[in-house]
Design a protein around this ligand. Sequence first.
Ligand code: CAA
Length: 292
Amino acid sequence: METKKVAVIGAGLMGSGIAQACAQAGYEVVNIDTFASAIEKAKENITKLFERKVAKGSMTEDKKKEILGRLNYSENFEDVKGAFLVVEAVPEKIEIKKDTFKRIDAVADPETIIVSNTSGLSISEIASVTNRPQKVMGAHFFYPAPVMKLLELVRGLVTSDETYDTVKEFAAAIGKTTVDAPEFPGFMVNRILVPMQNEAAFMVMEGSKPEDVDNAMKLGCNHPMGPIELTDFVGIDTMLATMTGLYNGFHDSKYRPCPLLETMVKSGMLGKKSGQGFYKYDEKGNKIGSSF
Ligand code: CAA
């Protein structure tokens, strides 16, 4: 059987993880990013991750080589050609998403489906800048994308049934379970999860220790990670952008972003990826202390 090609745009935390998940499932993958530094970081991260898996025995050396052999990187949008599906995973700003969709639409094969990994922006608005809005929909992955089992499927106003069915099949092929989420800010998971993380940030701003807030939810509710740890893990900037999207989208003050998050982003404290967020991290990403 011919190996199908998937293109993933954006080699940040989400894009590189989505590319990994597709390559692991047997797809030929090209992960495209216009920043060479993002590609270098993605390659370094996956090499380290796979080396850890081989060392711990959850992946063989042969499997590692096989998967990495299917995972290619490029700085050129032209390389989406030949892909049956393009997954967009660029920063969560509507203008960046629209510009990226225009660029993909201009070079992708006419039958190619384009999905956005947006965590809450309007799919219909993103689709409107393309000449194929019926072939556009949302496919929202969760971090870390290779591990988390859920894929939220979000149809735009004109997404075709054929597009939806193809993306649902793709989700099953990469081992994800889907839910149909409404095209409203935050879709399903983030509308529930992110206000919880925001409330946790308010508690730190009011003087609670990050460890106490995290332990409360881990030990009191069996969450695998506390809300503060999770915010550092996903990125303070990403979480703030999602919360701001809820606030602007619903025009409801119950979604007001915590000012501490805004100050942290302005100061460059972006969480684990920048070495400091609510907690401090060493260069290997291990937690070494608290910032508050
Ligand atoms: N990327 C890829 N794979 C990763 C990874 C990463 N960042 N982190 C861990 N893994 C893999 C490991 O390689 C390991 O795989 P093997 O079993 O094949 O060796 C497996 O995950 C388990 O890892 P660990 O044993 O090291 O760690 P763990 O048992 O603590 O699990 C976790 C790690 C799965 C991330 C777990 O802590 C967890 O479930 N955390 C909650 C994650 C969560 O809530 N995500 C949602 C975020 S919200 C979001 O994404 C929405 C948004 O729009 C912002």
